[in-house]
Design a protein around this ligand. Sequence first.
Ligand code: AMP
Length: 216
Amino acid sequence: MNIILIGPPGVGKGTQAKNIIKRYQVPHISTGEILRENIKKQTKLGIHAKTFMDMGKLVPDYDVLGMVSRRLADDDCFHGFVFDGFPRTIPQADGLSKLLSNTDKRLDRVIVLKASDEIIIKRLSSRRSCNNCGRIYNLLFNSPKNDNKCDVCGEELTQREDDKPETIKKRLDIYRLQTEPLINYYEKLDLTVFINGESDINNISEEIFQILDEID
Ligand code: AMP
């Protein structure tokens, strides 16, 4: 099962990807998460990527494609993957298509999650995460039990640098300009399905499962 999740930042791609991988046992590939891991480990890629990420800009296609190519070569991707936050530009989509054709693979579905800017801004500015264990919370609908402390490890929760209001607006602009054209790109290949990302998390998952259950 080879799936892409497309949608603006904060629409719930990560949450839905986690539900999909639980049910279908394919790896979740979030380029944002891989980049944040690289930043944490202070790798060359991480140090380079951080300058773009902190400003809400996209990391260059060349770096992202290199990273994805290495990840796709891992054994756990043999039976499929769920991409979350990749591809984000037409050159990345072209690059992915080459990577897949080299290994005789093809995409099964591109799931497009839609939500208004108003909802996105509200959700992103309420997102908090634990730097220690990586657990993500949202003060609107999934808040920690103790004020600003992680339920799992007790660490202080922080707001991602790129979830600060001034950066959110920039990320949304970049999404509309550079990533949204991918919807048309994949529509032409008859791969897209559209889901209302503003509805309840479990309803969205159910809708996605119905679509994915039909893939043979
Ligand atoms: P995300 O966790 O998907 O919201 O990504 C956080 C940030 O990582 C983005 O705002 C970009 O700076 C960077 N990033 C993640 N995925 C990509 C990608 N496919 N192409 C370029 N930059 C990316």
